[in-house]
Design a protein around this ligand. Structure first.
Ligand SMILES: Nc1ncnc2c1ncn2[C@@H]1O[C@H](COP(=O)(O)OP(=O)(O)OP(=O)(O)O)[C@@H](O)[C@H]1O
Length: 268
């Protein structure tokens, strides 16, 4: 992805974002771009404000100042109606999955279709079963409730719900947290496959180095209340910063490099 991407290739543009909670300043003049069809990994130490950034963009949190432009429109300048139309073009998968525990998977996925696409219950549940199949769930899972499923299946169901309205941008908050390594790798592949097939952009908050290397086109590192560096992995890895050194070149980073070299045969 070119760093010189033209304005229409930028789907989300964040400029001079400031967020604080009482005396805690989380973001100060933070800048970030998300390009069309890319998977952007957002990383940083605990408490650096990755989730707060996601929540600011999707409209769950009112920033103190700064500009968030989505699809060329400045969010703060929109009426509530215009804003909810923009937000309908987002799909969000929170870490908890946030499915309704008393509803079956097809009922969970059908909810946004009934509420926002005004489909009948029958049509919505039919489309929900298509979405559940799209994320790789077997047909019999559609009528199960979340408690009857493994963690990986619940994640996939939550992803199906995030995809219900065919979003142009998918936000994922630590999607592989709590999954075993094989389940996490399968979920990573699923995200890339769906992005390739459906063409959405992905804003991906993660701590998982394997996910970064296997899915992301670019990475943004949050540090000291802002985006310290944003670019392809090679650029980020080469940045001279103590947290980046520890994260990418510490024991876990080296283990991921070794595993990738063994799998691909490439010397990195
Ligand atoms: N609603 C809130 N009220 C007060 N403080 C908050 C609120 N939400 C977040 N914070 C604070 O903002 C800071 C950034 O939180 P955030 O959850 O964005 O970090 P993070 O980078 O996602 O962390 P982690 O990697 O541990 O999930 C933290 O200090 C947190 O305590």
């Amino acid at each position: 992805m070119s760093q010189q991407a033209s304005k229409q290739d930028v789907v989300i543009r964040v400029r001079s974002l400031c967020n604080r909670f009482g005396s805690t300043e989380v973001h100060k003049n933070l800048d970030l771009d998300l390009y069309r069809r890319e998977i952007l990994g957002v990383v940083g130490g605990s408490g650096t404000g990755k989730s707060v950034l996601l929540r600011s963009i999707v409209g769950l949190l009112q920033p103190d100042s700064g500009v968030i432009e989505v699809f060329g429109q400045e969010l703060q300048a929109l009426s509530p109606d215009q804003r909810s139309r923009v937000e309908r073009r987002f799909g969000v998968l929170f870490q908890s999955g946030a499915l309704f525990s008393s509803l079956t998977l097809q009922e969970n996925v059908a909810l946004p279709l009934i509420e926002h696409a005004r489909l009948s219950r029958n049509d919505a549940e039919h489309l929900a079963r298509v979405k559940l199949a799209l994320v790789g769930l077997p047909a019999n899972a559609s009528v199960m409730v979340p408690a009857q499923l493994s963690g990986g299946m619940v994640k996939r169901a939550a992803l199906a719900r995030a995809l219900a309205l065919d979003p142009e941008v998918l936000f994922l908050d630590e999607p592989t947290a709590g999954l075993d390594p094989i389940g996490a790798a399968a979920f990573d592949r699923l995200i890339v496959t769906l992005r390739d097939a459906l063409g959405f952009s992905v804003f991906l908050v993660t701590h998982d180095l394997d996910t970064l290397y296997s899915t992301c086109d670019r990475v943004a590192v949050l540090s000291n209340k802002r985006v310290l560096v944003e670019g392809p992995l090679e650029t980020v890895e080469a940045t001279d910063d103590p947290w980046i050194r520890d994260y990418f070149h510490g024991p876990r980073g080296r283990a991921v490099h070794r595993a990738r070299t063994a799998t691909t045969g490439n010397v990195e």
